[in-house]
Design a protein around this ligand. Structure first.
Ligand SMILES: [Zn+2]
Ligand SMILES: [Zn+2]
Length: 348
């Protein structure tokens, strides 16, 4: 089979790999859609060791990229019951492997395992290929009404937005400010709206803000044109918003996300990388803020996100604006690196 490998320095290759054979407890999934996530740009852009760019460990050897895998069960290894992974079942992959036995693994949070983890697409072969080989317990069934590309999006970017909204305990009483309208931020806008919140979307790109309006943002703010903190206060009778989420990783946006929150407000940090300086006393302590650091979601949370999107008919397919074949990977990532709207995926 062929698979996409990041070489760092914005270079990648489509290489030939042997078709995977499932070992004990493993399943081979025939990929149907493999999403492109913002965190793929870290190894793509990295100088040198691509996997080291996210601090996830691993051997640093070449792995197939892509951590939003979605497809159908093709083959089971020894010890995997038919009922656990029926041939042809539509599935997403919770894209982490831990020890499978510790308290984190047992509740579906394999990425928190202290025994060392594999992150598919980063430190283990991922979804940008015809097949992926993963433990059966990483499979998350995909509801029939959800497309494979939407399932791919749920497998990282959209699921991450859902996970952070849960941490924020979003309700219809809340105004939600979402900083950054990339694939995660746009998902947060869509899902926040579906949870009943009044959503205000902030970005610097007019095309992204236009999508945010289409996906349910009541108001959009271009932070290049006006001060988002002042604008958000004006929109909330001078109080500030109950909830804010940063999906940018940008220090200015993070500070703004904290400053725009009302007293007793809740803020979630989702965008990765970088460092940021806060005035802890004035901006956080004096206003009794709750700050959440939210890393993706559990396998249980992934299934819940898919169920929510299916039941509430969240129009997630509209987010998936760019479809590519595997042999277009170079163009796909070149575009993703520079263009600013919607989300891309590989169709397999
Ligand atoms: Zn574990
Ligand atoms: Zn991701």
């Amino acid at each position: 089979m062929r698979g996409v490998v990041f070489l760092g320095n914005r270079k990648l290759e489509v290489r030939e790999f042997p078709d995977p054979k499932p070992g004990p407890g493993e399943v081979v999934v025939a990929m149907k859609a493999s999403g492109m996530c913002g965190s793929d740009l870290h190894p793509y852009r990295a100088a040198g060791n691509a996997a080291a760019a996210l601090g996830l460990g691993g051997s640093g050897g070449p792995v197939i990229a892509g951590h939003e895998p979605c497809g159908v069960v093709a083959e089971r290894g020894a010890g995997v019951a038919e009922a656990d992974a029926p041939t042809g079942q539509r599935v997403m992959v919770h894209h982490y492997r831990g020890c499978g036995r510790c308290k984190h693994c047992r509740v579906g949070w394999a990425q928190l395992c202290r025994q060392g983890i594999v992150v598919y697409g980063m430190t283990g072969h991922g979804g940008h290929a015809q097949f992926i080989c993963v433990p059966a317990f990483t499979l998350v069934p995909l509801p029939d009404s959800i497309s494979f590309p939407a399932g791919a999006a749920i497998s990282c970017g959209t699921g991450t937005a859902y996970g952070a909204l849960k941490r924020l305990d979003i309700s219809g009483r809340d105004t939600l400010a979402v900083f950054g309208q990339g694939p995660v931020g746009l998902s947060a806008t869509m899902l926040g709206r579906a949870m009943g919140a009044r959503v205000i979307a902030i970005d610097v790109a007019p095309e992204r803000l236009a999508l945010a309006s289409r996906f349910g943002a009541e108001t959009v703010i271009n932070a290049r044109q006006i001060d988002p903190v002042a604008a958000l206060r004006e929109l909330t009778h001078g109080e500030g918003v109950e909830t804010a989420m940063d999906c940018t990783g940008n220090p200015d946006a993070r500070v703004a996300a904290v400053r725009c929150a009302t007293t007793w407000g809740r803020v979630a940090f989702v965008g990765e990388g970088n460092t940021t300086t806060f005035d802890i006393s004035q901006d956080m302590i004096r206003r009794q803020l709750t700050i959440h650091a939210s890393w993706t979601f559990s396998s249980v949370g992934q299934a819940e996100c898919a169920r929510f999107i299916a039941d509430r008919k969240v129009p997630l397919d509209q987010l998936l604006t760019h479809r590519f074949r595997l042999d277009q990977a170079d163009d796909a990532y070149r575009l993703f690196d520079t263009q600013t709207t919607g989300k891309g995926y590989f169709e397999l």
